[in-house]
Design a protein around this ligand. Structure first.
Ligand SMILES: Cc1ncc(COP(=O)(O)O)c(C=O)c1O
Length: 387
């Protein structure tokens, strides 16, 4: 007998060909050049000297809001970026995925709708699916030029909104494009969200990694929720610590805060020793981030040198850890990614993974510099043979 599978699992259960090749190579202990990494450690960066000792303790004071020293450090961190966050409106979680999940629980009923943007980080769609929320996706438009921006098409957004739309998600700066919205476009979106009473959730995990003179992303002038965490801020995805805060346009709604505490109290997912150690990390923010920034910058410079007048066109990001590379090819980038992994042992993301409609690869700027350069040379040679 087959188990009854609900509609939210309508996608195929089998893994895709790319994962199959990857697993088989790993099983055979073949060396792979991994250009998808999302942890500085995997790129060979070592900042253990800055990591606080995690206390060995039986101490535990369960608090759905989180440990007070850590909350204070997070508030000061926002303050250094010119934001004033109300202490009772911030909550700790075990990472961004948990933040998103509890926000969906609080602000939607099954069958409600949420709007996501493409290209974008693919996990949100899954998280919404698990909570039985209908996802509507909008393609962002690219505005080239010296001051390039991605923008949201306002008539398309208006068309996507229904009486069931409760949440609008924006990754600011975007992953993988590394872009923020054009300020005029932001204002238009704000007006529309306000008119329809839609809450905006902003994932800001890449906001500390700026490659240009664009300033730290701005808060929105509507009821909004801002997510961040140490997985990108301190390059420590394994520590499993995130947070979010609510910004109220006008009056604070205490019942929202009480209900959020109630939800988090049923999980209490954040490890207490990590909460105790977490606040000490903040004094090393600059030291850790400058090491990460050096790696990102070196790789951006190498790509700038390697990819001139070629059939591979880098879309240089303003922020973040990834870069999209536009390619001219008659094949799908998924097939090409399989080819590169199978024949050249180079593992990168096909753009389809992030919802690109045009042909893109996406690679991580945290990659080891020599590996990134040698792979780009190989990929360039392949494309020069007119794929
Ligand atoms: C846009 C974005 N948000 C969130 C995350 C994951 O954050 P966390 O480790 O806090 O779940 C990632 C990881 O790559 C990401 O790209």
């Amino acid at each position: 007998m087959n188990w009854p599978v609900p509609d939210k699992f309508s996608f195929p259960a089998e893994e895709n060909e790319l994962s199959r090749i990857l697993k088989s190579k790993k099983r055979n202990h073949q060396k792979i050049i991994d250009l998808t990494i999302s942890s500085p450690y995997r790129g060979g960066l070592d900042f253990r000297e800055y990591l606080p000792k995690i206390p060995i303790t039986e101490e535990y004071f369960p608090d759905p809001k989180g440990e007070s020293n850590l909350l204070h450090s997070i508030l000061l961190d926002y303050h250094s970026h010119g934001r004033s966050v109300e202490p009772d409106s911030i909550f700790l979680t075990s990472g961004t995925s948990e933040s998103i999940s509890v926000l969906i629980k609080l602000f939607t009923n099954p069958g409600d709708e949420a709007i996501l943007l493409s290209p974008g980080y693919p996990l949100f769609e899954e998280l919404l699916n698990w909570e039985s929320i209908r996802v509507k996706k909008l393609d962002m438009e690219f505005q080239p030029g010296i001051k390039s921006f991605w923008r949201i098409n306002i008539p398309s957004l208006e068309k996507a909104i229904t009486s069931k739309t409760k949440l609008f998600f924006l990754v600011q700066p975007n992953n993988p494009t590394g872009m923020t919205l054009n300020p005029d476009n932001k204002r238009e979106v704000e007006m529309l969200l306000e008119k329809h009473g839609i809450l905006i959730v902003l994932d800001e995990v890449f906001s500390d990694y700026n490659h240009t003179n664009k300033s730290y992303p701005e808060e929105w002038d509507v009821n909004s929720i801002y997510l961040n965490g140490i997985s990108k801020k301190f390059g420590l995805p394994g520590w499993k610590l995130g947070w979010f805060y609510i910004k109220w346009k006008e009056k604070k709604d205490k019942s929202v805060l009480d209900r959020m505490e109630h939800i988090l109290d049923t999980y209490l997912n954040v490890s207490y020793p990590i909460q105790l150690a977490g606040s000490q990390l903040f004094q090393f923010r600059e030291a850790i981030q400058s090491r990460i920034r050096n790696r990102l910058q070196t790789n951006l410079d190498r790509l700038r040198n390697e990819l001139k007048d070629e059939s591979i066109r880098p879309f240089f990001p303003d922020f973040g850890w990834y870069i999209p590379l536009k390619v001219e090819t008659g094949f799908s980038t998924e097939r090409l990614a399989e080819f590169l992994l199978y024949h050249e042992d180079i593992y990168l993301y096909p753009g389809e993974f992030f919802g690109f409609k045009e042909k893109f690869f996406v690679i991580s700027l945290l990659s080891n510099e020599e590996d990134l350069q040698s792979s780009i040379v190989k990929i360039k040679n392949l494309f020069n043979q007119k794929l």
